[in-house]
Design a protein around this ligand. Structure first.
Ligand code: ADP
Ligand code: MG
Length: 473
């Protein structure tokens, strides 16, 4: 079906309002560049003032393309999307929409969120009409445009339903319809499939790609935020990989020139997934020079060079990282992570914090696409509970935050230290959310290692009575 308000994504002129309203003023230039950031930096408040979350982001989104912003949790994807949408002002640098620097909400974008953000007391049609109401479109036009968007996105028949009557997949369709009904130049999606079950997500992705590929999508470009490598390779023309060590920067941009519709089962697809995976797991270029190490440069991952600021604790519990170590051990001490993730029905990137943790503890190393247990890692995976705790303790005290907590307790009369002390130290380098996550991980690791305990009521760390400090070298 060809709907009247629809047009090929990259060809027809832009109309942010329905067809029979007066034409909007012509855009100043059309060089195909929809969005552009130059030297974009964004910082949030921390103890020492501003803490950068994004730094030096130069990004261009052109008409006709789908750009994926790919990175782990915390790498600043949502922050970047909000800057592009004009919902957050940059700390420095500029964001332009069709050549004009933004001074507020970006008029050429509409957003789809991970959680559906629907108003429960409004019907599907009313929820979809909201965006048009805000733009002052008269009621009859609104109803017509909403019905078209509802049809397009596969919600026909659900117009009068309330959100609570809908499945997750149907609710997310309402989210899409609400964004598409305004025919934004650029549709922005922040992990739009990650709250859905696997099959529903796959189905919705497929339908959206069909619309896009057939030119029926009423937007000129798409920016997709995702932490899912396969989703990025399946959907995007360009994948912008954001790294988070130490701050959100563009690590690398990967062009995806696979034919559409894309086939997940072809070798070229797998190769790209592997390549992107290597970019995400690899050390940033500046800390791992290729070939012979340059003696003038510090390798930030060398145990003696690690500091609190350069070595954030990944969000991985001892249970989780032990589980991964055991699975690699069962597979002979070496395995291809993509294959392992596949077998377990997980996304590779769901396992990255555990991979990081094993790497940080010296229990595993990344070689190409494979994860290899080290000698210590093999011993750890095979050890009984007592031995495993001792091995874990010996490895964990080499990790800066765990070492700091352990050492602070040692020097302290009565051997308790308030969590606030560590919180303040970390706050010089990380935002409060990052500080919380790291302290949670450190507590889990310290408890298992028997290095220290944590009294949540008193918010104090204390030496573990059962292990009176014999572990530290
Ligand atoms: P992503 O979407 O890639 O997970 P975000 O952009 O949400 O990343 O967050 C990037 C970093 O900025 C995270 O470490 C997060 O803790 C921090 N952060 C996000 N929003 C805020 C905020 N409003 N105040 C302080 N820190 C924030
Ligand atoms: Mg996010």
């Amino acid at each position: 079906m060809r709907l009247p308000f629809l047009r090929p994504a990259a060809v027809a002129p832009v109309a942010a309002v329905p067809p029979d309203s007066p034409a909007p003023p012509a855009p100043p230039v059309d060089d195909g560049i929809m969005l552009e950031t130059v030297g974009l930096t964004k910082a949030y408040a921390g103890a020492d003032g501003e803490l950068p979350v994004l730094s030096g982001i130069d990004l261009t989104v052109r008409s006709g393309e789908i750009v994926a912003l790919l990175g782990r949790s915390g790498s600043g994807k949502s922050t970047l999307l909000r800057c592009l949408a004009g919902l957050l002002p940059p700390s420095s640098g500029t964001v332009r929409y069709r050549g004009t620097p933004l001074t507020g909400a970006n008029p050429g974008t509409a957003l789809v969120f991970q959680t559906f953000a629907l108003l429960p007391w409004l019907t599907v049609r009313q929820n979809v009409e909201l965006g048009l109401e805000a733009r002052g479109v008269p009621p009859r036009e609104r109803a017509r445009a909403a019905d078209q968007a509802i049809d397009l996105i596969g919600l026909a028949g659900f117009e009068s339903a309330y959100p609570r009557e809908l499945s997750g997949g149907m609710r997310q369709r309402v989210g899409f319809a609400r964004a598409l009904v305004v025919e934004p130049d650029v549709l922005m999606m922040d992990e739009p499939f990650s709250a859905l079950d696997v099959l529903t997500a796959e189905n919705l992705r497929g339908e959206l790609m069909e619309l896009w590929e057939s030119g029926q999508f009423p937007t000129r470009a798409v920016v997709l935020v995702t932490h899912n490598i396969e989703e990025a390779v399946l959907m995007a023309d360009r994948i912008v990989v954001l790294g988070s060590r130490p701050y959100g920067t563009i690590r690398e941009t990967v062009e995806v020139d696979l034919d559409r519709p894309r086939d997940r089962d072809c070798a070229a697809f797998d190769e790209l997934v592997d390549r992107v995976y290597r970019i995400m797991t690899g050390r940033p270029k500046e800390t791992r020079p290729p070939g012979r190490p340059d003696p003038g440069r510090a390798d930030a991952n060398r145990p003696d060079r690690r500091t609190l600021a350069t070595t954030p604790l990944p969000t991985a519990s001892v249970d989780g990282l032990s589980g991964l170590a055991e699975m690699i051990a069962h597979r002979g001490g070496r395995c291809d992570l993509a294959d392992l993730a596949d077998e377990l029905g997980l996304d590779i990137d769901d396992m990255l914090p555990q991979v990081d943790a094993l790497d940080l503890l010296g229990f595993a190393e990344i070689h190409g696409d494979d994860l290899l247990l080290t000698e210590d890692g093999t011993a750890f995976a095979h050890a009984d509970v007592q031995d495993s705790r001792a091995l874990f303790a010996a490895a964990a005290v080499e990790v800066p935050l765990v070492r700091l907590i352990t050492n602070s307790l040692r020097g302290e009369a009565g051997a308790t230290v308030r969590a606030g002390f560590f919180r303040d130290l970390l706050a010089h380098h990380y935002t409060s959310e990052q500080v919380d996550r790291q302290l949670e991980t450190a507590t889990d690791w310290g408890r298992y290692a028997g290095l220290f305990g944590y009294d949540a009521a008193r918010r104090e760390y204390r030496l573990d009575e059962a292990f009176p400090g014999t572990m530290l070298p």
